[in-house]
Design a protein around this ligand. Sequence first.
Ligand code: MN
Length: 290
Amino acid sequence: MSTKKIAKIIAPSAPHFVGDGFRVHNFIPGISTMEEMDPFIMLDYNSKYTFSPSEIPRGVGAHPHKGFETVTIAYKGRVEHADSSGGGGVIHEGDVQWMTAASGILHKEFHEKEWSKKGGEFQMVQLWVNLPAKYKSGMPGYQNLRNADMAKIPLSDGGGEIEIIAGEYEGHKGTAATFSPIHLFNAKLKKGSKKTFSFPADYTTAILMIEGSARVNDGETVHQDHFVMFKKEGESLTIEALEDAVALVLSGEPLREPIAAHGPFVMNTREEIVQAFKDYNNGKFGYLED
Ligand code: MN
């Protein structure tokens, strides 16, 4: 097994606001392209940021998505969600929401009401996972992955644990159902602990340092809030925590299908994008109050 070489280590870009509730650094597409990061087509990262108390929850009102899945990983803070297919609930700290927009959905994302009244530190990832063409017109879906139900595999040396959101780690499976092979883990490593992961060479693989810093592949130091893209060669990568650290590890098999993207719609052809706008404007995504 050979080592996956690092393609780039990317510092967080200048943040921008999504609505008034998410202060994010964009990493995907960022300086790469959707094709390079296939099947991961977007990653926005709200690094730790303190929101002041607000009686009116901050966030984003009703908006559409079509053709892919949105995955929201809550590290700090709480988000309340509702969508036009009837899905909804509160994403608590440690929870993950896996929403399949597929044929089209309207949803809204706000800081949870009680959390908003108190305010506090907020940290969250939103990842968009593309759907294979044959599932883009499927039924919308909603998976509420509660932290308590996630598989957490302790490291044999007592140096932390691997929390599996999706995919498989050393024979243990994550709770998320996915439409293409995807591995998504939180590697929670204590200072000095070192862990090797192995994924097929052609998978798109990356790390986002959520907490602390780590040495990757016995070489480069990756600081908090930095993103590591790997080349599509070699299978194994090593993370060694230089202090107590949390790394979000992503690896997915590329779909290798044409991508036509416009705003919240990601399809295969330009004609399908035009149709998506028509469907949206004709109310085919259902109804959701702002
Ligand atoms: Mn959204």
